[in-house]
Design a protein around this ligand. Sequence first.
Ligand code: TXA
Ligand code: MG
Length: 337
Amino acid sequence: METLRLSTSDEDLRRAGGIIRAGSLVAFPTETVYGLGADALNAEAVASVYEAKGRPSDNPMIVHIADATDLYSLIKGGRSGISDVASKLMTNLWPGPLTMVFKKSSRVPDVTTGGLDTVAVRMPSNKTARRLIREAGRPIAAPSANLSGKPSPTTAEDVLEDMDGRIRAVIMGEQCDVGIESTVLDLTGDFPQILRPGMITKEKLSEVLGRKVYYDPSLLRSPGDDKADEEFKPKSPGMKYKHYSPDAKVRIIEGDEVDFADKAKEIGLEAKGRGEKVAILDYGRDASKAAKKLFADLRELDRQGYDLILIRALPSIGFGFSVMNRMLKSAGYDVVK
Ligand code: TXA
Ligand code: MG
């Protein structure tokens, strides 16, 4: 299949909306990462997303909406299914990189939610994304637009690297602002729980809600932790798969600038001795910069044939905790203290 390159013009977005309505796939920019979009209410279209990504089909998708009113028909109880907590978060943090998990309505096909009785919904702040959803005239189910297991794409070129020839169209938008995926917050339990950390931090959520918000305990796994695996079983099905991995081996190194440089040099020399090509990524202590660049850098280093990538650990607080979550996964939790 030839993959169309579409612009963000009104005409091209109208065309993209038509492609979604016809049951085909369109990759599009959001503020976090590029999404691979299908009509969320069309089971066949959604099933073809799994195929294009090479993704296990029990992995539920995020449903993207353009307006708060789009939420009502997707969740159990309709408008009255929106709790005070959800309502506060919608008012303060939507549109934006926050995904909320609700009990689903029967209108959402099982394949969209990987057979769960809940549905994850987000209203992106990216204008192109919202224009596309409105043009399509229906909610858009979209995982990140990468082949399963690869780092998420943050540019249209990175989407094409994985998806050219596999999908109908890509909207050639801008580089993503945030660079890592949205925060996923479960609102179906007794208290709100973060299933995947993102730019909307635990601290921010707690501040908006005026109450403590917790992480899914599986997110608190530290390297070499010897607690039973059962304790780290993530509630967000997607978190259990190998993720964000370039072909190169990744190692995280802790330490201040000098300490990091020393350790990276030592490990790097050893690897070079074995004939390996070694890259070093030091984003300092800047989580926003690291988030914006991490996935693009990992992909670029793969293109350049690196064997080993040494990344400096970020302070694991606030947004740094979220970016470290992606770094740790890409490294398979290999950390040099
Ligand atoms: O920023 C993002 O969220 C991007 C852009 C495209 O919006 N999308 C994204 O989708 O990252 P994906 O499929 O790569 O990740 C979706 C995550 C997975 O960890 C999945 O398990 C979780 O959301 N998820 C989806 N539906 C869920 C549900 N009903 N209950 C619990 N977790 C859910
Ligand atoms: Mg993904």
